[in-house]
Unconditional design. Structure first.
Length: 201
């Protein structure tokens, strides 16, 4: 955890390693906590909504779920993947992960990442971004070898990849902000934290 910027810091409503690493690298002081949010139930309530809207709603729900942080800002974040007209959640089993990868093969994957800030359970800011990732044609041999190396770590990853690790091998090209691909629109978050007086302007 960094102690360079941001006074007593913020609360990160996530235990995601990549989101923690982004904040640490940016010098933001924070405490990470796991929010009590039923993501699948919220998604079911929003059936038919755009993926970007759902990502924003999930980020806001996570930020608002932690109400005992006093005056500290709470940062929630979420990512959703769309490909071939379908929306994908995190894989629950290795077999499902393989099924997702087979579907992604040769497709353009759109990754929606959203973030929200709350204070005292009230949302004060929401931001979002998306990236487009061209998945190369994946052979069965590659998929099995990839999951041998990456499962179960990628069970926590929407899209079944860690772009900062072997997951980069899934793609032919990527169009979009690197932080969005990592799972949070970090530049927007940092700007919002400056606006809220948490970080020096």
């Amino acid at each position: 955890m960094s102690h360079r910027l941001g006074g007593e810091g913020i609360v990160l409503a996530s235990t995601s390693a990549s989101r923690k690493a982004m904040l640490e690298s940016a010098g933001v002081q924070f405490t990470a906590r796991s929010p009590a949010v039923d993501e699948r139930a919220l998604e079911a309530e929003m059936a038919g909504a755009e993926a970007g809207e759902i990502a924003q709603a999930l980020a806001a729900a996570k930020a608002a779920a932690i109400t005992d942080a006093g005056d500290r800002l709470v940062l929630g974040s979420d990512s959703l993947v769309e490909a071939g007209g379908r929306r994908f959640d995190k894989p629950r089993t290795r077999a499902e992960a393989a099924e997702h990868l087979r579907f992604f093969s040769g497709q353009v994957m759109t990754l929606h990442s959203a973030a929200a800030l709350a204070r005292g359970g009230r949302i004060v800011w929401i931001g979002s971004d998306h990236a487009r990732l061209q998945v190369r044609d994946l052979s069965e041999g590659f998929i099995e070898a990839y999951l041998d190396a990456e499962w179960p770590a990628v069970a926590a990853c929407v899209g079944v990849f860690r772009i900062e690790g072997p997951g980069v091998n899934l793609f032919r090209s990527i169009a979009g902000d690197q932080f969005t691909v990592l799972g949070m629109p970090l530049l927007q978050v940092l700007a919002a934290l400056r606006d809220e007086g948490v970080l020096p302007a």
